[in-house]
Write a new protein. Structure first.
Ligand code: HAM
Length: 414
């Protein structure tokens, strides 16, 4: 688990702000679920998933309750829905940390952040389209251009069950050709064997049966509407009939946003799909659901690789140098900051030379200097720290308007 320090911390904020902008105009409401829930909430993610069997941070609390740090937020949103029963369709967005006891590596951490949306209460394929389109638009809004969208359908529950049985039979026949890891996976969840990236499994996986032969007419029609809708709104996608996702609750549409620059084991920037049975599993009424989550760290790695969405320059606009005790700097900082000008100062009554050094180091564009003369004549000196222009003296009442106009003309020139 890591500290996120400046300037990366500010970039995280901006990432979530950008997400909020996009989902906010589409009518999604923020839900903030707790970090810790009863373990029962997460057991529904699947007894056959690593997330539940191997990676959960769970413990018994002082009240003898078996609880866990959330490994994701879809189950929490559904649990919250069951508890509060908002009107449907219920459109929620969220952000925040999740915890999985994984082997940490680039793009895979034990504490990681996600942004996501969930829509509860509609089977309409146009919800799937809206959700996928939101994820796509968000990634595009960051400036990413090497993202690929893979999409599939796991069919209706019966289709999925028949497919899993067929897949199991097929892999069992060729079990000797599978890697020992995949042989293990097969005993728990045949679908997940399709996810193996091991070269020894590739040939067996290549000939495996495909889900589309198992789709019911309803599932096929739903999927075809989703694909047509994505085409209509200009979201490019590839159908990947072997896309199965790591969590057991998926039914019908599943999808993944893959970063073009990352290692294939960690290239899923985000993913999601339908989970029409989860709310009922958690004790609520039969309520369909669809959503996605995008991993913040991985997506920022992809941004770095593509040279987009850089950390913003957080340097000050103005640095106030006051060699008369510091009270004038207090007044000037108060005035300039109230106008939204990023203003810094130094402390401890340091010398002019030392304060000028700090001013230069701060990255500020202008230094405002208050020496004895300025203090007595109620003036201030403005020095441009990034050009050779003559410094100017202005009256204190003119200081803020002058700085404001000089800063905005500089911004206009960018
Ligand atoms: P997930 O595929 O487990 O889905 O996670 C979504 C994204 O979270 C991944 O694509 C990845 O970017 C990020 N992520 C997952 N684990 C880690 C990790 N250990 N380190 C860094 N990033 C990670 C879900 O969580 C579902 N709740 C998505 C969903 C929402 N399905 C329907 N609604």
């Amino acid at each position: 688990m890591r500290d996120i320090v400046s300037p990366e911390s500010a970039r995280w904020r901006r990432f979530v702000d950008s997400f909020e902008l996009i989902v906010g105009v589409a009518g999604y409401e923020l839900v903030i679920p707790p970090l810790l829930e009863d373990i029962g909430v997460f057991n529904r993610l699947g007894e056959a998933t690593d997330v539940v069997t191997k990676e959960m941070y769970d413990f018994v609390d002082k009240g003898e309750r078996h609880v866990a740090l959330r490994p994701e937020q879809t189950a929490s949103i559904c649990r919250s829905f069951v508890q509060h029963r908002p009107t449907t369709p219920f459109k929620a967005w969220y952000s925040g940390p999740n915890f999985r006891y994984e082997k940490p590596q680039r793009g895979r951490y034990r504490q990681f952040d996600q942004v996501g949306v969930e829509v509860l209460g509609s089977l309409d394929p146009y919800v799937d389209i809206e959700v996928v389109q939101l994820g796509w638009s968000f990634l595009a809004s960051l400036g990413l251009s090497r993202v690929e969208l893979a999409i599939n359908s796991l069919g209706e529950p019966d289709d999925r069950a028949r497919y899993v049985a067929a897949l199991n039979a097929y892999f069992l026949e060729r079990t000797n050709e599978l890697s020992p890891e995949s042989q293990q996976t097969l005993t728990r969840n045949p679908l997940r064997v399709l996810d193996s990236k091991r070269s020894e499994d590739a040939a067996v996986i290549a000939d495996a049966p495909l889900i589309n032969s198992f789709w019911s007419d309803t599932a096929a029609a739903h999927f075809s509407t989703v694909c047509d809708g994505l085409t209509a709104v200009g979201v490019p996608y590839t159908i990947d009939l072997k896309l199965v996702r790591g969590l057991d609750y998926y039914r019908g549409t599943t999808f993944e946003f893959r970063g073009g620059t990352l290692d294939s084991a960690q290239n899923a920037l985000g993913g999601g799909g339908r989970y029409d049975g989860l709310v009922a599993d958690l004790g609520g009424p039969e309520t369909p659901g669809v959503g996605f989550a995008i991993g913040l760290e991985r997506t920022l790695l992809a941004c770095d690789d593509e040279g987009v969405f850089p950390a913003a320059d957080q340097s000050a606009d103005v640095f106030v140098v006051d060699v008369c005790g510091g009270s004038v700097a207090l007044e000037i900082c108060t005035e300039l900051r109230s106008l939204g000008i990023r203003t810094e100062r130094s402390w401890d009554d340091r010398s002019m030379k030392s304060q000028m050094k700090s001013a230069n180091r701060s990255g500020a564009r202008f230094a405002v200097i208050i020496g004895e003369d300025e203090d007595q004549s109620d003036t201030a000196v403005i020095r441009d720290l990034r050009s050779d222009a003559e410094q100017v003296s202005v009256s204190r009442s003119n200081l803020a308007p002058t700085l404001k106009s000089r800063l905005s003309s500089l911004q206009g020139a960018v």
